[in-house]
Design a protein around this ligand. Structure first.
Ligand code: LLP
Length: 424
């Protein structure tokens, strides 16, 4: 359930008609519902009520500081993967002690910043990273809190680009290697071993891979305990899927039930890193139809109709990158014969599409379309490709909205660039 509904044939976000926002802010435009975000977060939390835990929103899913700010107000922490995300999380008012730092390639500079800020812990993913962290912490005359991200070799049954817990993935340490690194880290002067973590992939639609991973990390937790290495944190990552099309992912409460059943009785604080499940259905991308055209086809290929819109793969890359499905709705409900069309952007690549072979109601030049479920990995993955200024972002609360990111202009495109010096 989300807060994008039709009222009097016009798509609304909460109490505001999308058309009215577009009239002021233009397109392409990301519109987020604050009520959906806070409801999803509260729902996630409900499943773990009474359990000692910390929910760290995966900043990469939607990194606008207003949205992080909203989540901070609800008590969320942050899962970050770069110095830039640390900067955003702190700016948004997320306390450093609620921040965990994941990722395979942290630089010494990023480590320094995170130690300095006082984050909760690093999820360390290689032996060399551990050595680097020890060096950096020594230079700062302090200790770095470490959790190892293990790779449990479990198939998350998702798109290969977003599967992260397979033996072939670049992420985490294989179990036996992790065990060796725990022993090594335990004797390091500037490292404090505090936890274990794993994240096996994103957009998971079944519970079983989560359970399989949990069993493996629980076994490791207990094995370490017998060796006298007591972990305070167990971080089980993110990954719960959402419905984009026909998927039937587990409800967060079902996920919580399975997790608590597997982890019951452990004496530690659980850390969760949900991203998509909190924000995907909290945001839409609104785009205007620039042109429609039909290519006649030939003896082998049928005619094809294109709906050319003002949003492109630089605004929402998921369809081009993963073949992802996003439902597309007319912002104004219209009756009439449906047509099979490709919804494409202005970018000079045939890979630039928002939807292919999609049945849409009658679409005309000037219509507004809503690309649904774009709140996660939508704007945060956008770029300036083809020198396209990035879209504006708007957050709605009841019948009010705030522009939380203004539309970029041409000066934004060349910020930091220079013409050649005279004597170059
Ligand atoms: N924790 C870690 C360490 C992660 O790498 C990720 C996502 C998450 C948590 C959050 O996972 P979620 O709850 O959102 O599934 N761009 C892709 C998704 C990439 C996910 C990367 N890691 C997409 O658009 O589908």
């Amino acid at each position: 359930m989300h807060h994008f509904q039709f009222k009097d044939k016009a798509l609304h976000c909460e109490e505001l008609a999308i058309e009215d926002i577009v009239e002021i802010v233009g397109t392409p435009l990301y519109v987020y519902s604050s009520a959906t975000i806070t409801r999803h977060f509260a729902e996630f939390e409900k499943g773990f009520a009474g359990i000692d835990h910390l929910t760290c929103f995966a900043v990469k899913a939607c990194s606008n500081i207003a949205i992080l700010n909203l989540l901070a107000q609800q008590g969320a922490g942050a899962d970050i993967v770069s110095g830039g995300e640390l900067f955003r999380a702190l700016k948004a008012g997320i306390p450093a002690e609620k921040i965990v730092f994941s990722g395979v390639g942290k630089t010494a500079y990023e480590m320094r910043e995170a130690i300095f800020a006082g984050i909760r812990f690093f999820n360390v993913e290689s032996a060399q990273e551990l050595d680097k962290l020890e060096t950096v912490a020594a230079e700062l005359g302090t200790k770095a809190r470490v959790s190892f991200r293990v790779n449990p070799d479990v198939d998350p049954k998702t798109h290969p680009y977003i599967a992260t817990g397979l033996a072939q993935s670049k992420f985490g340490l294989p179990m036996e290697e992790a065990y060796r690194q725990y022993k090594r880290a335990a004797s390091m002067e500037h490292i404090e071993v505090v936890g274990i973590s794993c994240h096996i992939g994103s957009q998971l639609t079944e519970i079983s891979p989560f359970v399989a991973a949990l069993q493996k990390i629980r076994a490791m937790y207990e094995r370490l305990r017998q060796e006298g290495i007591i972990l305070q944190f167990m971080d089980i990552g993110g990954g719960i899927g959402v419905t984009y099309d026909q998927e039937d992912p587990p409800h967060p409460l079902e996920y919580a039930k399975a997790v608590t059943a597997e982890l019951g009785g452990l004496d530690c604080t659980f850390v969760f890193e949900p991203g998509r499940v909190i924000v995907a259905n909290s945001g839409i991308l609104v785009t205007s139809v620039l042109y429609t055209k039909t290519n006649p086809g030939n003896a082998n290929d049928p005619a094809k109709t294109f709906v050319v819109v003002d949003a492109a793969m630089n605004d929402l890359s998921r369809p081009s990158l993963y073949g992802a499905h996003h439902t597309i709705l007319g912002v104004r409900e219209s009756k009439g014969e449906k047509q099979t069309v490709d919804v494409v952007g202005p970018i000079c690549e045939s890979g630039d599409f928002i939807a292919r072979n999609r049945e849409l109601g009658p679409v005309q030049q000037g219509d507004l379309l809503a690309v649904m479920s774009s709140g996660a990995y939508g704007f945060s993955m956008s770029s300036n490709y083809n020198s396209r200024p990035r879209a504006a972002e708007v957050l709605v609360r009841n019948d009010c909205y705030q522009i939380i990111r203004k539309r970029e202009d041409y000066d934004d495109l060349i910020r930091g660039e220079t013409l050649l010096d005279e004597n170059f």
